[in-house]
Design a protein around this ligand. Structure first.
Ligand SMILES: [Zn+2]
Length: 284
């Protein structure tokens, strides 16, 4: 993996809290490079990917998690697709003519997990007016998963370029009263906006853990690498082409040229010859 991004998991020694802290600088930088959102949208896009990775690490580290955030216009959306191998890819899809993306009035978050038996677990919640990306993920965790979770995500940009990105998630573990949670909530008020930490190079997962757990005994329980990555392949694209209606494949054959298709996530180009397309017709 060509990335120095990591996720750390830690638990307080009294078993009351768990924290997942991560750096996503390379991951979101590569995703932005592939999607090329306008500079004004890079923060939102990056923070959404960071939030999706946090949710995956928290709810189902062994499963694929796809998050879709639908904007106020009802048509623009951001997609994050996080895989158990630690790779994540994203899509920024703006409705025709849209130049902004917000979830303050009609935002909807959809989170889908592919379970080991192949079935899909899906949650859809309104995230309107929850205070941006972190608020949207917290609303999802509370409403759909019923776990009180504090989430912070941040991206530091200099001249439109991402120089640091990351975030954390704090959860109180079952069996503990709301009391400690109140104290933790109070403590985290200072860290809800991790932008300043990222800006001065103090946003590493280790530093975030030390800040969140200041004065508490805790133990690291896991560490893993994460990176941008796309699992597209010629075989996968061919398989989805083959599901097109016969007439559509026939129309692709009319001009007898190579068909060029770009992966919408990573922008890699794939080419299919008329012979390959004809082969799909035969098996269609
Ligand atoms: Zn791809």
């Amino acid at each position: 993996m060509d990335s120095s991004d990591t996720v750390l998991r830690a638990i307080t020694d009294d078993g009351s809290f768990r924290v997942i802290a991560l750096e996503t600088t390379s991951t979101v930088r590569d995703a932005v490079e592939a999607q090329k959102p306008e500079p004004t949208l890079r923060r939102t896009f990056s923070e959404f990917l960071t939030g999706a990775i946090l949710v995956r690490e928290s709810m189902s580290p062994d499963l694929r998690v796809q998050c879709i955030l639908q904007g106020d216009d009802g048509r623009s959306r951001i997609v994050a697709d996080a895989h158990p191998d630690g790779t994540t890819r994203g899509l920024m899809q703006l409705a025709g003519g849209a130049t902004t993306f917000s979830v303050e009035e009609k935002g909807v978050m959809q989170v889908a997990r592919t379970l080991n038996n192949g079935s899909l677990h899906q949650g859809i919640v309104s995230v309107a007016g929850q205070g941006g990306i972190a608020g949207a993920f917290m609303a999802y965790m509370q409403t759909s998963e019923q776990i009180t979770t504090m989430i912070a995500v941040g991206t530091h940009l200099v001249d439109g370029q991402i120089t640091a990105a990351g975030g954390y998630l704090v959860q109180i573990l079952p069996g503990f009263a709301e009391g400690p949670l109140m104290l933790m909530t109070e403590r985290l008020k200072d860290f809800q906006d991790i932008g300043p930490l990222l800006a001065r190079g103090s946003g590493s997962p280790k530093t975030l853990l030390a800040e969140i757990f200041f004065g508490l005994d805790y133990s690291l329980v896991g560490e893993r690498k994460i990176a941008f990555g796309c699992n597209c392949s010629s075989t996968r694209l061919a398989a989805s082409l083959a599901t097109l209606p016969r007439a559509d494949i026939e129309s692709l054959l009319i001009d007898k040229r190579m068909l060029e298709i770009e992966c919408e996530f990573c922008r890699k180009e794939y080419r299919f010859s008329p012979e390959q397309l004809r082969g799909m017709l035969d098996s269609n």
